[in-house]
Design a protein around this ligand. Structure first.
Ligand code: SF4
Length: 309
C-alpha cells in the first residue's frame, strides 16, 4: 500500500484551531502525523493520542451526535423510529462504556477504539454530581428534546427519498483546496428547498455565518440548488427544563457567500504561508507560536508536551 500523504485541506474546525493557538494547530495537523504507527512513548505517538482526546462537553456532544446518527440512519433505511426510552438506554450503555474506558486511560493502548477525555488524562477534579448533570442534561436531555421536537415531527413527515444525507463526511473543492463538511442531516422539502440541520448541544449562540456559508456552497454543488433555496437550521437540543429542541433558521445570500469565500481564501493563504514547504505541506514547529491566552492552555489536550502544565 502506498504511504499516506499529509495532504493539505481546509475545514471550519481546522480554521478555528489555527485561530485559537498556532502551536495546537501544528500538533494536531503536523506534529501528530504518522502517530498511528509510531512506537509507544515517542513524541509523535503522544501527540497523536492527545489530539484525539475531547473535553467532557465535546464528548457529550459526540455521544448525542452518534446516537442521533444511529437513530436517523435506521429511520431513513427502514422508516422506523426507535422510541425515546430505547434510544436513551442504548446510549446510556455506550456512554457508560466510553467513560469507563477513558477513566482507565485505555486510549493509550488503543486510541482509535477508546474514547479519551482530557479530564481523565490530566486528573482534573470533576465531581460525580457534575458528571451526572452532564449526562442528564446534555446527553439524555438532548435525545429526549430532539424526539419531542417539531424538527423530529417534520422529519417523520418528510418522505425518506427526500432525505439527502445523515452525517456523512464529504468534501468539495474550493479553488484547488479540499474542504471537508459533515452535515448532520439534509432534506428537501415539498417546495424543493434544501434544509441543512446542525445539532447543537451547547448554549445558544448567534448564527454561525461562516458555517452556514460553507454548508450552502457545498449544497449548491452537491444538490444543484440555488443559494436562496438553501435553509440552514441550528437545532438547539440541550434546552432548559427539558423543553423540546428548538430550531433557528437562516439563509446565506450571494453577498454572504462572497464574504465567506474571502474568509476561506484568506484562511487557506495564512495556513499555507506558515509552512516551510507549502507544495509538500511541510511544517516546522517553531513557525507556530504558543498562544498568549493561558486560559486556553488550561483546557488544552497538549498542555504536557507543550510545557504548559
Ligand atoms: S498548551 Fe496552550 S500554547 Fe500549548 S498547544 Fe495548548 S493552547 Fe497552545
Amino acid at each position: 500500500m502506498a504511504a499516506l500523504q499529509n495532504e493539505f485541506s481546509w475545514s471550519k474546525s481546522r480554521h478555528e484551531k489555527f485561530q485559537g493557538c498556532r502551536r495546537a494547530y501544528y500538533y494536531a495537523y503536523y506534529g501528530s502525523w504518522g502517530g498511528w504507527d509510531a512506537p509507544a512513548g515517542s513524541p509523535v505517538r503522544e501527540l497523536y493520542v492527545l489530539k484525539r482526546l475531547s473535553s467532557r462537553w465535546q464528548w457529550a456532544g459526540s455521544v448525542v451526535h452518534d446516537a442521533l446518527k444511529r437513530l436517523l440512519v435506521r429511520a431513513r433505511a427502514t422508516g422506523e423510529w426507535w422510541p425515546a426510552d430505547r434510544l436513551v438506554e442504548q446510549t446510556r450503555l455506550q456512554a457508560r462504556g466510553q467513560f469507563a474506558g477513558s477513566r482507565e486511560k485505555g486510549y493509550w493502548r488503543a486510541p482509535t477504539r477508546t474514547v479519551g477525555l482530557v479530564e481523565h488524562e490530566y486528573a482534573e477534579p470533576v465531581t460525580d454530581a457534575e458528571w451526572k448533570r452532564l449526562y442528564d442534561t446534555v446527553i439524555e436531555g438532548s435525545l429526549r428534546a430532539f424526539l419531542a421536537s417539531p424538527v423530529a415531527e417534520e422529519l417523520r413527515r418528510t418522505p425518506r427519498e427526500r432525505w439527502l444525507t445523515v452525517d456523512e463526511l464529504d468534501s468539495w473543492d474550493f479553488e484547488g483546496t479540499k474542504v471537508w463538511v459533515a452535515i448532520d442531516l439534509a432534506y428537501r422539502d415539498g417546495d424543493g428547498r434544501v434544509h441543512l440541520l446542525d445539532w447543537k448541544t451547547g448554549r445558544e449562540r448567534g448564527a454561525d455565518h461562516l458555517q452556514l456559508a460553507v454548508y450552502t456552497l457545498y449544497a449548491r454543488r452537491k444538490w444543484e440548488v440555488a443559494e436562496e433555496d438553501v435553509v440552514g437550521g441550528l437545532v438547539y437540543l440541550a434546552t432548559e427544563g427539558g423543553a423540546p429542541a428548538e430550531r433557528r433558521s437562516a439563509t446565506a445570500d450571494a453577498a454572504a457567500l462572497a464574504a465567506a469565500g474571502e474568509e476561506i481564501r484568506a484562511s487557506i493563504a495564512a495556513m499555507r504561508a506558515a509552512l516551510v514547504d507549502p507544495a509538500a505541506n511541510l511544517a516546522a514547529e517553531e513557525a507556530f507560536p504558543r498562544t498568549a491566552d493561558r486560559a486556553a492552555c488550561a483546557r488544552c489536550a497538549f498542555r504536557r508536551p507543550c510545557g504548559r502544565l
